[in-house]
Design a protein around this ligand. Sequence first.
Ligand SMILES: Nc1ncnc2c1ncn2[C@@H]1O[C@H](COP(=O)(O)OP(=O)(O)OP(=O)(O)O)[C@@H](O)[C@H]1O
Ligand SMILES: C[C@@](O)(CCOP(=O)(O)OP(=O)(O)O)CC(=O)O
Length: 403
Amino acid sequence: MGTDGSAWIVSRTARAPSNIAVIKYWGKRDEDLILPLNSSISVTLDPNDLSATTTVSTSPDFDADRLWLNDKEVSLSSHRYVSCLKELRDRATDVKDEKTGIVITKEDWKHLKLHIVSKNNFPTAAGLASSAAGFACLVFTVAELMGIKESFPGELSTIARRGSGSACRSLHGGFVKWEMGKRADGKDSIAVPLAEHHEWDDLRIVICVVSSRQKEVSSTSGMQESVQTSPLLHYRAKEVVPKRITEMEEALSKRDFSSFAKLTCADSNQFHATCLDTSPPIFYMNDTSRRIIGLVERWNKSEGSPQAAYTFDAGPNAVIFVPQKSGGALLHRLLYEFPPPEGMNLSSYVVGSTELLEALGIDKLEDIRSLERPIESPKRDEGHGELAYLICTRPGNGASLCE
Ligand SMILES: Nc1ncnc2c1ncn2[C@@H]1O[C@H](COP(=O)(O)OP(=O)(O)OP(=O)(O)O)[C@@H](O)[C@H]1O
Ligand SMILES: C[C@@](O)(CCOP(=O)(O)OP(=O)(O)O)CC(=O)O
């Protein structure tokens, strides 16, 4: 009961971003604890453009744990939600809520139920890693509500990892490494920050959301099939990735965009080669994805050095990295080759930050039609509608409390 005898409610709200891997996680050595076969490195995306916001409340009136995702109730019965919530309850502490004066003891948390309300500010289950943002946010918010303090660095990331492997990296901002660890209990399989987002203040990220999506195999089952059938996956995890992780860390610490770009493209391509090496083969990229690779490769070749880097997760959407000074030139090439579908507004086609549109001097659709052909681009064919839209963003902060 509250101090005035009425039933009480205590809540916390937090926000966590999505992330995109530049050295990919693909394959588990333990399915239950979600322990990976190799370490991975990602960049956290600006939460203003791609994040989950979650409010977790508790009250003696609640009789079950419940989750509402984007205004619809969804079941919490899946093993992944169950393990995250169990790990969090095991670590709950005595908490005094500053606003209400309510005291909740460690013992109370075993019985109190949670109502979780979450919204993503970007499409859910559309290949933009909403599960990474969602699970990182859920774990971070519940930990704040239950007053959980990490007993070793990275402990919260070991819980987010149980929701979805890639979620552990979304707790931190900037560039983040998920250390694969060696222990069987997973205590050393944690996310570690490598570089703060402001150290990469001049990096821009353009996400090309591809409209015609092929039927996909989920990351979880795709990687299971690769582990079982792809010899390339095992070679990659053992021989290639450890070296690449060291090289990527070096490129990041030297702020060497050229090495960063080469490693990022090579690792994305090898991840997709691993999918093709799986039996039956998995095709995540489609013709539009390959056209985007062609656009970036041609541009890099014509300039004689990497201007931009692409990476693709388990789907056809491209994520392109570019230094701020070349951001306008990248958008020029994308809009020239992939003009918006007929009847679409510019502001619905290029979403997120307007900085690159401004750099290019575009503020209406007609400006796109009069874009000059970049020297290395093939003649524009009039095919429209191959991209659904573009999101212009940048590296950002990790999970944080709202209010
Ligand atoms: N904000 C959220 N809070 C809690 N769970 C979420 C949230 N957003 C997504 N999820 C969980 O993640 C699932 C979607 O994950 P899924 O892997 O299918 O898509 P994705 O992560 O958006 O895309 P991809 O993995 O291909 O990049 C949802 O069905 C839900 O279980
Ligand atoms: C291609 C990837 O995006 C795979 C992400 O896989 P998930 O983290 O979605 O898989 P589960 O751990 O089974 O939930 C690469 C990456 O993010 O590193």
